[in-house]
Design a protein around this ligand. Structure first.
Ligand SMILES: [Zn+2]
Length: 142
């Protein structure tokens, strides 16, 4: 036996009903043999899943999401490692260094990376200096 909480869409009455199996419920519903004790409406349906089931699905989604975030973070960290190995860190002097490379035609072997303000980036772009923005994750565990 299985107990379902049923709700009437017509009068909003909720009531418990017993069925032999969950299939029996489906069968009765298909044949429109379920009706409201109060208003006799056939618009009767199982009420939403128990909170436990909803929470379970929600947690699964969260887990999936945090897994994705972990993957993104890992990708970024690998990207950062590559940058750290191949580019020269110039810190807040990024805009200055980028200009000196651009205008003085410094034959730098390495590219540079550092931080720049949005205003700096906009000005650099207007001067035809390409700068790539990447999100930077701080890894305090390393
Ligand atoms: Zn009703």
């Amino acid at each position: 036996m299985i107990k379902y909480k049923l709700a009437c869409k017509n009068c909003n009455l909720t009531f418990d009903s017993w069925f032999a199996t969950s299939n029996e419920y489906e069968k009765l519903k298909k044949k429109k043999l379920l009706n409201c004790h109060n208003c006799n409406s056939r618009e009767v349906d199982k009420t939403v899943m128990s909170p436990k089931i909803i929470n379970y699905g929600f947690n699964e989604k969260l887990k999936e999401k945090s897994q994705n975030i972990k993957n993104i973070k890992k990708t970024l960290q690998e990207y950062q490692k590559f940058i750290k190995n191949n580019f020269k860190y110039v810190g807040k002097n990024f805009a200055y260094e980028a200009r000196s490379i651009h205008y003085n035609d410094k034959k730098e072997q390495k590219g540079i990376y550092g931080s720049a303000s949005k205003k700096d980036l906009k000005e650099l772009k207007e001067e035809g200096i390409d700068a790539q923005i990447i999100p930077w994750v701080e890894n305090k565990s390393n």
